[in-house]
Ligand binder design. Structure first.
Ligand code: FE
Length: 238
């Protein structure tokens, strides 16, 4: 038997015990707040995961095509009036090395020199763009020195479906006996290889260089702290 006077005391005790238990949910509610950023980051990851597939869908035919994003592709093509002359061939020189990496930028974090962005289109003599054409670039660095033990300032790439290419590099330096120049090979799929060189305007050494060809001088335009130029290559398909 419980004395009647004890009942209020027991009820008070139960209420106090209940309050002490109900105090514990306060820290349990925190994970709910912490989980919100996780939901956002999961959404960001899902969005990022969809971006590569979007790029692949826009250019599914060639592995090399995504190398030239639409934002980097040249926007103003050089006029081409058919028939146009083939790009003149020039000597390969002694410093070509096969096996260069496929890339559209030859720049590394510590590459010295004036930045050069080179764009253009590979065309036939009928002004038709050559898709998937191979371009191989190699050059001296800003001090006129070639990397003959590695692939610094060497690389190859393929034109996109519109025959366009895009190259980031630096303006090469001068070495003994030569003016500033960039070597390049251009080849349509299954076609002959064009080996030639590109030159730069207003270089005093141009006139004394026996390989120099004024038709291959790049029309430099200042862009930011560097230079840009557009140049089309006209090649034979066979
Ligand atoms: Fe050279």
């Amino acid at each position: 038997m419980i004395a009647r006077w004890l009942i209020p005391a027991l009820l008070a005790s139960i209420l106090i015990t209940g309050c002490s238990v109900s105090a514990s949910p306060t820290p349990q509610s925190e994970p709910t707040q912490v989980s919100l950023p996780l939901v956002e980051s999961a959404g960001s990851a899902a969005q990022a995961a969809t971006e590569p597939s979007t790029l692949q869908e826009s250019s599914p035919t060639e592995v090399s095509t995504p190398q030239i994003p639409a934002t980097q592709a040249p926007t103003a093509a050089i006029p081409c009036t058919s028939p146009v002359n083939l790009t003149p061939p020039l000597t390969e020189g002694p410093y070509f090395m096969s096996g260069s990496p496929e890339r559209t930028s030859l720049l590394e974090a510590d590459t010295p020199g004036t930045r050069l962005t080179l764009t253009g289109t590979v065309l036939t003599v009928d002004c038709q763009p050559v898709a998937n054409a191979l371009l191989e670039f190699w050059q001296a660095d800003a001090n006129g020195v070639y990397d003959n033990s590695g692939y610094t300032l060497r690389g190859h790439q393929f034109t996109n479906e519109a025959g366009q290419y895009y190259l980031e590099t630096v303006i090469p330096g001068i070495y003994t006996g030569r003016t500033e120049h960039i070597h390049v090979k251009v080849q349509a799929p299954g076609g002959p290889v064009l080996t030639t060189q590109l030159f730069f305007p207003d270089v005093a050494e141009n006139q004394a260089d026996r390989i120099f060809d004024p038709s291959l001088v790049l029309p430099l335009v200042p862009v930011g702290d560097g230079q840009a130029a557009e140049h089309n290559f006209i090649i034979a398909l066979q």
